[in-house]
Every structure is written in C-alpha cells, then in structure tokens.
Design a protein around this ligand. Structure first.
Ligand code: AMP
Length: 569
C-alpha cells in the first residue's frame, strides 16, 4: 500500500500518491475538488464537518468554526473551545487529516495508513512534533515530515529529471546517466494562506540539497485579507455613520474577511473590482483597485522580500553565486505584486509553479521514495547484504542493483522508479538554532546555542555536564529554540522546547561526575535528547515536562476522543 503525501496547509490541504507510472496524482474526495479547505466546523458535540462546508459555515456560525489552525501548531497552551470542549491544534489537525484520508479511500478504494506530511521549512521542532502528533491522533503512521519547499522542488525536479521514469535510461547505480540534467540552484518562494517560507535549494541529478531557509509562519494571505477588511470597514463606516462597524461583530468580521479574500483574488486578474459590504441593515459598494490593494499591503510584501534577501545572503555565504530558477508556490504568490517585487528589488525571474498542488505532489514522490527505499533495504537485510541500522548508501552498488530489480519484479513497479527512490538523496538544514539554558558568567541564565540555523542535518552534538554535589540523582535541563532572525542572549527571546529532568544518576558518585547529553536531529527536523552517565556507564532517563512530547496514555485519550466525533459530509 502506497505511502501517501499530505500537504496539511494553513488554508487548504491536499493528498496525493504516485500512480503505477510513478507520476504523482492528487486524489479528490466526494466533492471532486483536489483541495480541501483546512477548516473544521464543530456542528454538535459529537459531529464535525471538514472542508468547504465548514468554510461556508464560518459566516453563520463563527464560534464553532476553526480555521488557520496551522498557525497554532506548537502552541501547547492553545485550545479551540466548542460545545464546552477544548481542542488542541494537533487534535483539530487530526480531523482534517482524517477527512483527507477518507477522501483518498473514496478515490482509490484503499484508505492510506502510511503518510508523509509536509510542514513549512521554517517550522521548528515543536511544530514538527505537533504535526506528527496530529497524524498519530488520526491513526496514521507518519513515515516522515517533509519541508514544503523540498516537496515543491521534488515535484519540479521530477518533471525536470525524469519525464516519465520509463524514458530515463537506467545505467548501473552510481553512474551518472548521459542525459542527466545539470545542477540547478532554485529559490522557492512560498507564500501560502498563513505562512511564508523562502528556501534556496540545489538540484543535482540525484541529490536535493537545501542550502538556506528563511521564513515567518505568522505571515500569509490571511494578513492581506485582514488589511483589506479593515479598509473596507473604514469606508463602509464613513458611508454609513449610523451602522455598526462590521469588525465589531464576529459574524460581520467573518463575512468581511471572506469578501476581502474574494476581492483579493479578483485583483490578481483585474485592475479593479467592486466589493459589496452589507451589515446592520446598511449596504455599501466599495470600489477597490489593485494599486490600492498593493499600497495597503506593501509592508507585508516588503517583509517577504527582506526575508528572501536574507536567504540569498545566507546561500551566498555557502558559495551560491547565482539562482537559476525561482519557483513561486502557495496560493498567495499569484498576486502580481509578488513577481513584480522579485523582479524589481532582487532582479530575479520568477515563475508560478503549480502553486496549489506542487507540495502535495512532491510529498507523494517522497512517500514513494521512503516506501521503496524501505523495501530495498529490507531485501538487502534479509539477504545479509546490509547491516541493521546501516543506510542504503552503505550497500555495495551491485547488491543495490540486484535488490532494486527484485523489488521491482516483486511489486510490479518499473525498475527506473525503484532506482529513483534508492538514488535520490535529500539533504536539509536546521530551521532554527537550539541550545540549552545555562548559567553565564554574570550568574544570569542565558541560552548557550549548540546548533545554529542553516546548519546541515542530520546533527549530533554532545555536551558534558558535571553534577554539583555528591550523590546528586538528577539534573535539570532546559532546551530552548531560537525564535527571531538571530540568536539572542536573552532567555525571554527563546522558545522553551523541553523543561526536563535527567534522572536515574546512581548514588555513590562525587560532585563533578560527568553526565553526557546528546542532542540529535534527523532529516525530519525533530529533536531527540538522550543522556548517559559516564562513570557508571549507564543511560539516564529524560523526563520532559514541557513541549509536545506526550505520553502514550495522552495519545490514546485524544484518539479515543476523536473516534467519538463523527464526520458529517
Ligand atoms: P495555500 O495555503 O497555498 O493554499 O494558499 C492559500 C492562500 O492563497 C489564501 O490566502 C488565498 O486567499 C490565496 N490565494 C489563492 N488564490 C489567489 C489569487 N488568485 N490571488 C491572490 N491570492 C490567492
């Protein structure tokens, strides 16, 4: 059963899988639409609606409609309260995931279990964990979380390199095919509904390397809508001094935001439009031009350009001398002002690239890669040609070739497709630096940064700490993550990831006995912390009391809760 790719977007989500020809296909549900609005209506205590139905209802029943939940991922305090129950961001996201999976089941007759879920490149550890948790709540096996720009680049690179897999001549593994595409440096500018990500990626024949990431996950199309809504409300109130400000009423504000978004879409094609604002018994027709829209939202666009400039500067430090291609993804990059600013300010030549579905398609390609790679590795291991824990890169090229052939035969997949999965390597970088809170010289607590943003993944770093008294049984550990653009020495500027206790230090050791703490981050960007007592030679236990690390019991409880709400079509 294929691993499916899911783009769990701020405003819209989509699910895809690769077909028997290796091409990614987006699966539409009963609605026939490839994209599902990431909106949940809690219709009653036991019933929910996901998608367009919920989005439409936002106007009439705003208290029970949850939108833009992705912006809350990683915020462990946040709850959406409906019918007296609080829903965490992963729990709401799980409802969206379950709806997508049900749609995929409807389209193919086969409900997926294994999935790759995409996240903004700029998501830190906690948001990534929250995403995995959402999948777990939904009863899915989250094979990996993948950065959205990598997914977009995979979808683009797939078309660039392969055409159809059958067309590509299969030389021996490791040999560079004669028709291999040249190395290309790609800038992915991804402006979605609620997040902005900019990434510089190098696409080689068999390797995708992320060189630099920047972004802001509180910046997206929804901010444009808000600015437009404020302007519309101002003009409505000026024309109707006796009427209530629509922004003072939650249903009025929702209606205005939807009208603002519609107007924004129209202004991507037309130079002007008329917006009807009706509220509190009054009605105005407000003309709006593209020039006005661009003026009122210029600071938002400027921020994306500044972040793009910073990302290019970081890539330049890593030796990138030119950008060959600029891919615009995310629905908001359809606004003409985006391409105009990239041309005028940064002298780039942007192209829209399948802005709505590239991410889901790329996730499906990656899902297939993970699945086939797993099968090839399992084949090699059962034959004793690959050690447990070793990666495919460690296998002898002739063995790998044979294993690919066997997997292709056994599962009826084109050999080129299996090879592609085994060959393509994805390298990425840390999206935000992290470190530990430690006592600095002045006696103050300060973050001591262990890993810096844009360091290459995977990362494994070890720090030693000494106990401060004899027979000390535990050590407090606070792991923090960088919040802003730069690493700050002030603890209040950092986000606490883990407040934990390393316990189980055996008695009988003097002050200063060494505890070695290892911080590991894999390609998925999720942090794992382990500790070891050096003199005793034993692993220690880390108990986290903060962060998205939940116990099995909590996961089971959330799943159970979700299981009791029914999906209404
Ligand atoms: P995404 O998260 O990639 O699905 O992007 C959704 C965002 O794209 C929303 O804020 C939409 O309002 C915005 N969007 C979609 N189509 C257009 C368009 N034609 N012009 C401007 N913004 C758009």
């Amino acid at each position: 059963m294929a691993v499916h790719g899911i783009d769990l977007g701020t405003t819209n989500s989509a699910i895809a899988r690769t077909g028997s020809d290796g091409r990614p296909q987006v699966l539409a549900g009963m609605s026939g639409e490839p994209m599902t609005p990431s909106v949940v209506l809690f219709a009653s205590p036991g019933e929910h609606v996901v998608g367009e139905g919920a989005r439409r209802e936002a106007r009439l029943d705003p208290e029970h409609v949850c939108a833009l939940v992705k912006r809350r991922m990683g915020d462990t305090e946040w709850r959406f309260v409906a019918h007296g129950k609080g829903w965490s961001a992963p729990a709401v996201s799980a409802l969206i995931l379950r709806s997508l999976v049900a749609d995929a089941g409807f389209a193919t007759g086969d409900e997926p279990r294994g999935v790759v879920i995409t996240v903004p490149a700029y998501f830190g550890d906690e948001e990534r964990r929250a995403t995995v948790l959402a999948g777990t709540y939904a009863g899915l096996d989250v094979v990996d979380v993948l950065s959205e720009p990598i997914a977009a680049a995979l979808a683009y690179g797939f078309g660039r390199l392969d055409g159809t897999p059958e067309l590509r001549k299969s030389g021996p593994i490791g040999a560079r095919p004669a028709d291999a595409a040249p190395v290309e440096t790609v800038l992915v500018y991804d402006l979605g509904g609620g997040t902005f990500d900019v990434t510089v990626i190098e696409l080689a024949d068999r390797r995708i390397s992320v060189l630099a990431v920047e972004g802001d996950h509180q910046l997206g199309g929804a901010d444009w809508d808000e600015r437009i809504a404020v302007a519309l409300a101002r003009r409505f109130c000026a024309e109707n001094p006796g009427a209530e400000d629509p922004l003072d009423d939650s249903a009025g504000a929702q209606a205005l935001l939807l009208a603002a978004e519609r107007a924004k879409h129209q202004l991507s094609d037309a130079e002007r439009t008329d917006v009807v604002v009706a509220h509190d018994g009054a009605r105005s027709t407000v003309p709006l031009t593209r020039v006005e829209l661009d003026e009122m939202t210029a600071p938002l666009l400027r921020r994306t350009i500044d972040l793009t400039r910073a990302c290019l500067a970081e890539a330049a430090r890593r030796g990138v001398t030119r950008v060959d291609r600029v891919l615009l993804v995310g629905g908001s990059s359809r606004m003409p002002a985006v391409a105009d600013a990239l041309v005028a300010d940064l002298d780039l030549d942007p192209r829209l690239h399948d802005p709505d579905l590239a991410v889901a398609r790329g996730a499906a390609i990656y899902g297939e890669k993970k699945e086939l790679e797993r099968m090839v590795a399992a084949d090699l291991r059962t034959r004793g040609r690959l050690r447990d824990g070793a990666s495919l890169e460690d296998a002898a090229s002739a063995d790998l070739d044979d294993a690919c052939r066997r997997v292709a035969d056994a599962y009826g997949v084109a050999l080129a497709q299996v090879r592609r999965a085994a060959e393509i390597k994805v390298d990425t970088v840390v999206s935000r630096g992290f470190g530990v809170l430690a006592v600095a010289q002045a006696g103050r607590l300060e973050p001591s940064w262990l890993v810096h943003r844009n360091d290459r993944l995977p990362i494994r770093t070890t720090r030693s700490y000494g106990t401060v008294r004899t027979d000390q049984s535990e050590i407090q550990l606070t792991v923090v993550e960088q919040q802003g653009q730069v690493e700050s020495p002030r603890p209040e500027d950092a986000k606490v990831l883990i407040v934990g206790e390393i316990s189980g230090i055996p008695p009988g050791y003097e002050e200063g006995s060494e505890v070695r703490v290892t911080f590991e981050m894999g390609f998925d960007g999720v942090l794992h912390v382990t500790a070891f007592h050096v003199d005793a030679g034993i692993p220690l236990t880390l108990t986290a009391t903060t962060g998205a690390t939940l116990s099995q019991a909590e996961v089971a409880r959330e799943r159970d809760q979700l299981g009791r709400t029914r999906r209404r079509e």
